[in-house]
Ligand binder design. Structure first.
Ligand SMILES: [Zn+2]
Length: 596
């Protein structure tokens, strides 16, 4: 990884006001000291996502995400730390070259991009070389225009084991990066080209950098896959990437409507026919992440998958996902033998537009797909149960019930009984976002609440409290497993740097779950009014609970050995001592501990 000097990162953070940066992604509303919004990382009705201009951090009280301005850009754009820092640097015109000094220092990630860029150019040029005659002819036959091929840098990997393997600079990229790229395959210490005799479709991220490749074979051999894709790499996570979006995103945002197809060829055909508000989800099934990305750009999505059974099944899956993300989902149904590519070539753009205009709602698609009207009562009831089971997975209750209302209308059923069925099975929590289940009300007892506050007291920038805290707070007095993990981390940081500001602490923590949690604690610090008194009270509370637990333990033992008076007496004696200890606590824990 590249090392960006600490002071550079600080500078970039200083220049980028968190409120300004986040405002460029979502709408914030000022309320009190902080800004608020509906969280972009989880579904919610009311705003629990807050940004503190003072502390320059954000936190969602609903799903627990949080951090500084760099973390936000990383989380929102799904990019790496280095990428986020670079993006923020560009935003405020800090020169990137200043910290990517020598080639040696260039990060693996950057080298991966460069290697992919090199491969994309190599394959693209090979399509127009003597080796590319047959594939180029093939693409022309399939109706692709030269300008489309060039715009999307379609290429060709010749039928050779070492075409790419012999061309790149082995020294410059290094074996780790080369292996990580997925461009080569490996067997018994032999490395060779993954893509051979295939048309190559480079897949770009939103910054127009090639991150992966899809390859379509030219062989009519049943044994090899028609399409292969780059496997997951450090820069390619297929469930987050939509093909073509780097080029079409602004068009989609403007039209608020997106056409979703399955294949590269479908996409290119649509695009060159003027249907430029489209994306393809290639090389993988449609995922929830895809759905979230779509929601960022469009209100309505029209799924245009192949007309065959597999295509219709995939439509159903994607339809549920889009609907769950509150995207208005419509379906363009093609005949069994058609796909978007073949339809456009055969019937032209005008007819295709008419088809788009006639696309149907997802629920009518389901009804049609199941041939609902022709089913008997038992079959109907089974289908409806299946649909409701899907709807039950949606995270927002009001939304679930709204969909049920639509189902009642579409399928001509009674709303009330559907609603009953929806509510019948116990709800599972389906929020996929990382949850930290520590809310005050969730604490098992007062001691756990005190443990929570003790961590805050270590965070607070009050030297007296922090000093006493460092002396008295240790992870082993924490009964709550997660909190003890958190406090161990915080102690480690504060111990080495006892005048560190609260908002600087989270960024020193690498474990995401802990970091996010600490951000939340920092956000809430303002609510602590008398830190010194609180420290004393919390320490006392925790020890009280420990004594109480021992006492209860003894009581249980006493119950179990009713007939042995001697043993019993011993236990009771111990209990009496514990009661005394408990009283002593009042004398031990006073404000004096802060002056020691
Ligand atoms: Zn959230």
């Amino acid at each position: 990884m590249a090392k960006i000097p600490e002071h550079k990162i600080e500078q970039i953070k200083d220049y980028n006001d968190i409120v300004e940066v986040i405002s460029s992604y979502i709408q914030l509303k000022k309320k009190g000291q902080n800004y608020w919004a509906k969280c972009p990382f989880h579904d919610e009705k009311t705003a629990s996502f807050s940004v503190s201009p003072k502390k320059q951090i954000f936190h969602c009280f609903g799903c627990g995400v949080g951090g500084n301005v760099i973390n936000f850009v990383m989380d929102y754009e799904k990019i790496t730390f280095i990428e986020a820092v670079k993006e923020l640097a560009e935003r405020v015109n800090v020169k990137i070259d200043e910290f990517s000094v020598s080639e040696k220092d260039t990060s693996d990630t950057t080298r991966l991009y460069t290697l992919n860029e090199f491969a994309a150019n190599l394959y693209h040029n090979s399509l127009f070389s003597s080796k590319g005659k047959i594939p180029l002819e093939y693409l022309k036959e399939r109706g692709l225009l030269k300008q489309t091929i060039e715009k999307f840098k379609v290429g060709y990997a010749p039928d050779e084991w070492n075409f790419f393997n012999n061309k790149y600079d082995k020294k410059k990229f290094g074996l780790d990066v080369i292996k990580a790229s997925g461009l080569l395959a490996e067997s018994k210490e032999k490395i060779y080209d993954r893509f051979r005799n295939r048309i190559i479709f480079p897949i770009y991220n939103l910054k127009d950098k090639p991150i992966a490749f899809g390859g379509r074979t030219l062989k009519k051999n049943e044994k090899i896959g028609k399409y292969i894709n780059t496997p997951e790499t450090p820069i390619y996570h297929k469930s987050y990437v939509l093909y073509g979006l780097n080029i079409t995103k602004d068009i989609i945002r403007k039209s608020k409507e997106v056409l979703i197809v399955e294949g590269y060829m479908d996409f290119l055909q649509l695009f060159q026919n003027g249907f430029t508000n489209c994306v393809a989800c290639s090389g993988t099934a449609f995922t929830t992440h895809h759905g979230k990305i779509i929601l960022r750009y469009a209100e309505t999505a029209i799924l245009i998958y192949d007309g065959d059974d597999a295509g219709q099944k995939a439509t159903m899956r994607a339809g549920y996902i889009l609907t769950s993300q509150k995207v208005n989902c419509k379906i363009l149904v093609l005949n069994k033998e058609d796909d978007p590519d073949s339809f456009l070539q055969e019937h032209g753009a005008e007819k295709f537009q008419k088809k788009i205009d006639k696309s149907i709602s997802f629920l009518s698609f389901l009804k049609k797909h199941y041939k609902f009207d022709k089913l008997n009562a038992t079959q109907k009831s089974k289908i409806v149960t299946d649909i409701i089971d899907e709807i039950r997975q949606f995270s927002d209750q009001i939304y679930r019930e709204m969909i049920i209302k639509d189902i009642a209308e579409e399928f001509n059923l009674e709303y009330e009984s559907l609603l009953k069925q929806l509510r019948k099975k116990t709800f599972k929590s389906h929020d996929n976002s990382p949850q930290i289940h520590i809310r005050e009300k969730n604490f098992k007892n007062q001691s756990e609440a005190a443990q929570y506050q003790l961590i805050q007291l270590l965070l607070i920038n009050n030297s007296k409290t922090r000093k006493a805290g460092l002396k008295y707070i240790t992870p082993d007095i924490f009964s709550h497993e997660f909190l003890s993990e958190v406090v161990a981390k915080v102690l480690g940081i504060v111990n080495n740097n006892d005048d560190i500001l609260p908002e600087q602490i989270p960024e020193k923590i690498h474990e995401e779950k802990i970091r996010r949690f600490v951000v939340r604690l920092v956000m809430e610090l303002d609510s602590i009014i008398e830190p010194e008194k609180t420290l004393v009270a919390c320490l006392k509370q925790i020890e009280k609970q420990m004594i109480q637990d021992q006492y209860d333990d003894l009581s249980k033992q006493i119950q179990n050995i009713k007939n042995d008076d001697k043993a019993n007496l011993e236990l009771i004696k111990q209990q009496v001592k514990l009661m005394k200890d408990k009283k002593e606590l009042e004398k031990i824990y006073t404000l004096d501990i802060l002056d020691e």
